[in-house]
Design a protein around this ligand. Structure first.
Ligand code: HEC
Length: 151
């Protein structure tokens, strides 16, 4: 009897590390997000993924909502509307083009449309839709699209 007992304890001692190691393996195969959501039931906010200031982040949201359909999500002028326009939307990634415009001019063209700067009226006026703060946030954001030396 005692012998069986000893064998059982021996097996349990042997198995224990195996089971524990298996458990550890399972945990480490999960990404930190999965691990977090498995433990807490929800995903905690991750470390910030953008270097943009709050103003620029607001501008980015507005840009993707109102402007991307012509100017493209990243300012490459490749929005889905662009192909059938007689005047191509401005490429906001074009550092040379954007360098010729002051913030005031950018704000004016956004507020009053292309015709305000003698440009194509296919750039619509947004003054009735966007507040001055939103136009200023958009201008800040547009400034981040063109990288000097790029394009
Ligand atoms: C219906 C399509 C369309 C939408 C939507 C649109 N644009 Fe434009 N945009 C244009 C076109 C076309 C031009 C070029 C006008 C020209 O060169 O005569 C332009 C030009 C511009 C320019 C001037 C750049 C330059 O040097 O020519 C700025 C700044 C601009 N858009 C910002 C915006 C912003 C910000 C939004 C969103 C709030 C927006 N646009 C939405 C079509 C559009």
């Amino acid at each position: 009897m005692i012998r069986y007992g000893l064998i059982l304890i021996f097996c349990a001692v042997l198995l224990f590390p195996v089971l524990v190691l298996k458990g550890c393996n399972k945990q480490s195969s999960l990404s930190s997000e999965e691990y977090q959501s498995e433990r807490t039931g929800f995903i905690l906010p991750q470390k910030h993924t953008t270097n943009l200031t709050r103003e620029k982040q607001r501008g980015q949201g507005l840009y993707e909502y109102y402007c991307a359909l012509c100017h493209g999500k990243t300012g490459e002028a490749d929005g889905f509307n662009a192909f059938n326009m007689s005047t191509q939307p401005a490429k906001h990634t074009d550092a040379i083009l954007m360098g010729t415009l002051s913030d005031t001019q950018i704000q004016l063209i956004i507020r009053e449309g292309g015709s305000a700067l003698g440009r194509s009226p296919q750039m619509p006026p947004w003054g009735g839709v966007l507040t001055d703060q939103e136009i200023s946030d958009l201008t800040d954001y547009i400034r981040t699209l063109a990288k000097p030396g790029g394009n």
